[in-house]
Design a protein around this ligand. Structure first.
Ligand SMILES: Nc1ncnc2c1ncn2[C@@H]1O[C@H](COP(=O)(O)OP(=O)(O)OP(=O)(O)O)[C@@H](O)[C@H]1O
Ligand SMILES: [Mg+2]
Length: 271
């Protein structure tokens, strides 16, 4: 139930949305609703506009036309940032700054902090839970620059989790994360999904997430080409390695090219 009295308010609502950079419209004329509790996979070829879409939702790419509402509020009047957790693509957490894992993940609490911007016991507990979730509790004091790329991705996921958001927007959250940690992250995300945390996830390695994906949206050259149930044909070759990983995995072979086909259609997908 909610303010509109009975009808659910979409977490994200786009109408005729064009999103881009400067004069360049990348996403065009997009209608899209993300409803509470949904886990929506955004699929499409490289350059099809997936990241631009999620960056537009986050206010990091320009809404050039149409409308965007977040939790029923027009985006330019929405200020409740803590409700949205974001894992950006490509960026690792590392930098020249000697920030520790604890510091970076704690920054995820900032939107929730009060006037004095000090972390209280509740904040610290949320940070510790988030770090535990991604399996880095023993690295709390490690400068993120000293972590591997995959570990840094996990730090960014923990940072997004730390704000205890109502919606998680993740752009290739598991890229570069090894298979065993992809599986434990997928288990974590599934637990969150069970608790009705809404998710929008861009991923080329959707295999471990398949059981919880409720809907797929496929972009092609910035336009929506499909919006409906995830089909087994959408689960790409790189996912085969995950499904066959129990047998095929070697520590040095976490890349997409090292695929051993073996994906078995999930009966829930009707494939
Ligand atoms: N900051 C930017 N300024 C200008 N153009 C950009 C910018 N970021 C992306 N683009 C362009 O927008 C188009 C879509 O890029 P986008 O990153 O949204 O694709 P994507 O679907 O996320 O691709 P990938 O699967 O490689 O991550 C590309 O042609 C890209 O060159
Ligand atoms: Mg992208």
């Amino acid at each position: 139930m909610n303010a509109t009295g009975g009808q659910l308010t979409p977490v994200v609502r786009l109408r005729h949305a064009s999103i881009g950079y400067g004069d360049l419209a990348v996403v065009r004329d997009l209608d899209f609703d993300l409803m509470p509790g949904e886990v929506v996979a955004v699929l499409g070829a490289n350059g099809s506009g997936k990241s631009t879409l999620v960056r537009g939702i986050l206010g990091l790419a320009q809404l050039q036309g149409g409308t965007l509402e977040l939790f029923g509020i027009q985006a330019n009047r929405f200020h409740d940032r803590a409700r949205i957790g974001y894992v950006p693509q490509r960026h690792t957490a590392g930098s020249a700054l000697p920030s520790t894992v604890r510091e970076v993940v704690s920054s995820g609490r900032l939107p929730r902090l009060g006037w004095f911007h000090r972390l209280g016991a509740t904040d610290r507990a949320a940070v510790e839970r988030a770090v535990e979730t991604v399996g880095l509790s023993d690295r709390m004091k490690t400068p993120v620059g000293e972590l591997s790329g995959g570990q840094q991705r996990r730090v960014l996921i923990a940072r997004a989790l730390a704000s205890e958001p109502d919606v998680l927007v993740m752009d290739e959250p598991t890229a570069g994360v090894d298979v065993s940690h992809q599986r434990s992250l997928a288990a974590t995300l599934r637990r969150l999904a069970d608790h009705r945390v809404t998710m929008l996830v861009v991923s080329h390695e959707i295999g471990p997430l398949v059981p919880m994906v409720t809907r797929a949206v496929v972009l092609q050259e910035g336009r929506k080409r499909y919006d409906g149930p995830l089909l087994s044909s959408m689960v790409g070759a790189s996912d085969a390695v995950l499904e066959g990983a129990e047998h095929a995995h070697h520590p040095d072979e976490d890349h997409e090219d090292d695929v051993t086909p073996g994906w078995v259609a999930d009966p829930r997908l009707g494939g």
